[in-house]
Design a protein around this ligand. Structure first.
Ligand SMILES: [Zn+2]
Length: 311
């Protein structure tokens, strides 16, 4: 079976103000990297539009309506200091949720081995009733809920190695005992949450805070000592990855010092766990990553592992 790449032109119509780090060029850089010959075997699929009802798996109807009503007819509107919407943002957000929802269906229907969703806006900071950190809806958490409630799985892991704490995913899955959310991130750093003592209503959240300056060895040690054993014990039937690449040493928004090889390492480790427990089923969605060269190289390295493991 193959690795699918979900993308859509609508993802480029979510436009942020000049100088904003979460910009259209990020997807252009990833698309250029994945146009290389070594990615010719990717199963390239158009991200469908999610039915807005899909958002209700994690967000109240009033919140969804509020976001839709905030979309401007022209220009840009700030939902907060970091999070902006443009006329194309609603459709882009539905493509992001649609991509990961379609990936869940295709992987669980045994059509494909695994998938990467190259979409935006990202999702892991969106709480149940609060957009923040460039995020509108909780793409990864919605995918986990879909796998549980629509496909009848019993255990889904969500893994987040973005440099920022996935406070939104944590909020959305806090009381969901059928999920284990494990994330590594820099502390101190925005959004300020993600301490070890935040463990979920059922012990179903694990945070792995890393000090500024931590490089590959410290990152790997945290996962080898805590994150991977917890995932192994949980024995997930599907692994959803919030793939942020802003823990890279070149990223301008944070101070961790990972390299492409560290993203390869964690991707391989998660594929190993998926092979052991989940029939190899891994779905990955783009979160952060703001140095275009580091982002493109890291995402490409991540997808290359998925392809190698999907065969
Ligand atoms: Zn981030």
């Amino acid at each position: 079976m193959t690795t699918a790449l979900y993308s859509h032109a609508d993802s480029y119509a979510h436009v942020t103000p000049p100088g904003h780090p979460e910009r259209v060029e990020r997807l252009e850089a990833i698309a250029a990297a994945l146009s290389d010959d070594r990615f010719s075997a990717l199963d390239r699929r158009e991200a469908p539009m999610a039915d807005p009802a899909e958002l209700l798996r994690c967000h109240p109807e009033g919140y969804v309506a509020r976001i839709k009503a905030a979309i401007p007819a022209e220009g840009s509107r700030a939902l907060d200091a970091d999070t902006h919407v443009s006329p194309g943002s609603w459709t882009a957000a539905l493509r992001a949720v649609g991509a990961i929802s379609a990936a869940v269906d295709a992987v669980l229907d045994d059509e494909i081995a695994n998938a990467f969703c190259a979409t935006r806006p990202p999702g892991h900071h969106a709480e149940a009733e609060k957009s923040m950190g460039f995020c509108l809806f909780g793409n990864a958490a919605i995918a986990a809920k879909r796998a549980l409630d629509q496909h009848g799985l019993s255990r889904v892991a969500v893994v987040d190695f973005d440099v920022h704490h996935g406070n939104g995913t944590q909020d959305l899955l806090w009381d969901e005992a059928r999920t284990l959310f494990v994330g590594s991130h820099q502390i101190p750093l925005w959004p300020g949450t993600g301490d070890r003592d935040e463990t979920g209503a059922h012990g179903n959240v694990m945070n792995l805070p890393l000090s500024p300056g931590t490089g590959g060895p410290g990152f790997r040690k945290a996962w080898e000592t805590h994150g991977l054993p917890a995932l192994d014990t949980f024995s997930p039937e599907l692994i959803v990855i919030s793939a942020g690449f802003d823990a890279h040493e070149d990223d301008p928004l944070a101070q961790l010092a990972l390299q492409e090889k560290d993203f390869v390492w964690i991707t391989e480790a998660l594929c190993d766990l998926a092979d052991a427990h989940a029939k190899g089923r891994v779905i990955s969605t783009l979160e952060g990553g703001y140095d275009l060269n580091a982002l493109a190289a890291s995402a490409a390295a991540h997808v290359e592992v998925l392809m190698k493991r999907g065969r």
